[in-house]
Design a binder for this molecule. Sequence first.
Ligand code: WQD
Length: 339
Amino acid sequence: MKKVLVTGGCGYIGSHTMVDLMDNGFEVLSIDNLSNADGSALAGIRKITGQRVRNYKVNLCDLKKTRQVFEKNPGISGIIHFAALKSVEESVFEPLRYFHNNNESLLNVLACAQEFGVPDFIFSSSCSVYGNATELPVTENTPFREAESPYARTKQMGEKIIGDFTKAAPTVKAMLLRYFNPAGAHPSALIGESPRTKASNLVPVITETAIGKRASMTVFGSDYDTRDGSCVRDFIHVMDLANAHTKCLQFLMANPQAVPCEVLNAGIGSGVTVLEAIHAFEKVTGQRLNYQIGPRRAGDVVAIYANAEKAARLIGWAPQRGIEEIMRSAWEWEQRRSR
Ligand code: WQD
């Protein structure tokens, strides 16, 4: 079995991706310092797959300790690098912490990929690299605009670092996966989104409101130039997103002559407004949601959604799940974790 190192494997997308990798015959190991995950995902993964996954509780900014993981695990065929600080709002107040953590950990993992001869590298990037895109849907050739947050800038910088590195290091090939809005949970409701910090993303805020952890929620703005005045986003089910990583790895392994660094959008290719997402939740769950319309949130882009044709063409990936399955699985996860 080919061995894959997943950094941030105890996190939301990392844990779902490890399940998909194992379902597709890969052996996985994780490095996660548990700064934003509590390790309970490993128990969920074991129940789902019947297999135990080893997590090394190591800070990737510590090159010495990171190298030791590679020394202990020879023959790693691929790396999927999720580990990063990812709060848009927090990054605005702590830019240096974000630049140090996200860039230094990336540099260390790339150095180990080169030193230990790991040929394939997948990077967790984000649609936030596009900034306030003027053309929609965005394609992989849509140029970067000004990053709306230091978090987004670390993703722009990460992509450039990997591009330069793979041009110079012929032994490593990379794919940069630009996520749109990941949401939902594994159908077993044994793993899902469980941030250590208070949720700020729309879907967990909806489910926390519905279950009573929040008295109400706010729709940040209904006066945008969109079909119902609220923002538009491309919500991608985390199970579909997980499978995109597996398909990227399979593509790299099957195409050693592939270009050094490929970029792919990971979105479903259409947009849903915030109010439509709320109504989808109410329809699927039968729950009436207590929300009010409030002022716009600083840093929000009005609308963004993907042109997803390249991923379908290049790696044969086509997302299967829409907003209603996202809401159904997110609600089941919220109910289970709140028991
Ligand atoms: C979505 C929409 C809010 C909460 C960010 C990052 C992206 C990715 C996902 C990491 C916006 C509205 C939200 C609420 C609301 N991060 N909203 N009330 O900002 O699109 O994307 O998180 O992978 O890279 O940029 O996601 O879920 O915070 O917001 O009205 O209580 O929901 O205004 O329009 P966002 P989000």
